[in-house]
Design a protein around this ligand. Structure first.
Ligand code: 13P
Ligand code: SF4
Length: 313
């Protein structure tokens, strides 16, 4: 929505000046608006963003992503200011796994190791032995001794995909992503008929019925790299369509078609990710608010499984 502020302020220029003033770094996920990706110091997937947060020397981290991502940056950097342009930018996976219910669930499997997908709250991370992202989950699971039983939370689609890939049985928390779970298998098949040369690239948060049709399955970075390196010219993209911005920049001659959801919409944007706008990035830097704040004992408990992930990645 356009405001008076839009007309008066060159947000990109003001953000650049605030960046110098605050000694700030702007980290953006691939699902952010194109104009946010364009002014970010680094755009990447969840693992790359956590790795960038772990190595930055900036005093302020502006996290253009969702709450759990900014929370990870704060857990790693308690002394730094971590700003999230819209504090309401949540995640259906994190919200679908409340810590008290997860603790009860975990209590039913006392001899299991808990591996949690990074898309969860700090409180759930604190109940976990290991964290993973979509780009390192398989590698991490393969490092766990075969006799060790595993609980995987909170994404059951990613969990099932990992079970098929690694041959490991895991107990799954029954959560899913509101974006990836609603891609329409039927509409994707129709698109494949219309674009017979197009390859289907899918994120492992998608339902099994969609993954079965995919020519490549991987994290946002993996999908991006595949699209650039592949000799194919047309791709159907079954993940949040924000990634298409980076694809079109790196391979402008190729055609990227967003996979449609099971609704009347043509593409499938994450309503949480899209709460952030360039104006909100600017305001958060100008006001040093909203800032991520965290209880120190929770932070320390959530830090351990994240550190293990960074070491094992
Ligand atoms: P990756 O960043 O690991 O590709 O995961 C995508 C996602 O859904 C983040 O919310
Ligand atoms: Fe969460 Fe799905 Fe949005 Fe990613 S795309 S932030 S998993 S709701």
């Amino acid at each position: 929505m356009s405001t008076e502020l839009d007309i008066e302020i060159d947000f990109a220029r003001e953000i650049a000046s605030l960046k110098r003033e605050l000694n700030a770094v702007i980290l953006a996920h691939y699902y952010q608006e194109s104009e946010i990706q364009d002014i970010a110091d680094f755009t990447g997937d969840s693992l790359q963003l956590a790795q960038q947060a772990a190595k930055t020397h900036a005093s302020v981290i502006v996290f253009a992503g969702v709450h759990f991502m900014a929370e990870v940056a704060k857990i790693i950097n308690p002394q730094k200011t971590v700003l999230l342009p819209d504090l309401n930018a949540g995640c259906s996976l994190a919200e679908g796994c409340p810590a008290d219910q997860f603790e009860f669930f975990k209590g039913r499997y006392p001899d299991h190791l808990v591996i949690s997908y990074i898309n969860c709250s700090a409180a759930v991370k604190a109940l976990s032995d290991l964290i993973c992202t979509s780009s390192n989950a398989e590698k991490i699971i393969r490092q766990i001794p075969a006799e060790k039983k595993i609980i995987f939370a909170p994404d059951q689609n990613l969990g099932r995909y990992l079970m098929r890939k690694t041959g490991r049985e895991m107990v799954l928390w029954p959560g899913s992503c509101m974006v990836h779970a609603i891609f329409s298998e039927k509409k994707i098949i129709q698109l494949k008929v219309r674009y017979p040369n197009a390859l289907l690239l899918a994120h492992p948060e998608c339902e099994e019925s969609v993954l079965r049709l995919a020519d490549h399955i991987g994290s946002t970075t993996s999908i991006l790299n595949f699209a650039i390196e592949s000799p194919a010219k047309e791709f159907i993209i079954a993940t949040e369509p924000g990634i298409i911005h980076a694809m079109s920049k790196k391979a402008p001659e190729k055609i990227f078609i967003p996979a449609p959801p099971d609704s009347s919409c043509a593409c499938n944007e994450c309503p949480h990710m899209r709460l952030n706008t360039l104006e909100k990035v600017y305001r958060s830097m100008r006001n040093r608010f909203p800032e991520i704040d965290m209880d120190e004992s929770l932070r320390l408990r959530a830090l351990r499984p994240i550190q293990r992930m960074l070491e094992m990645s």
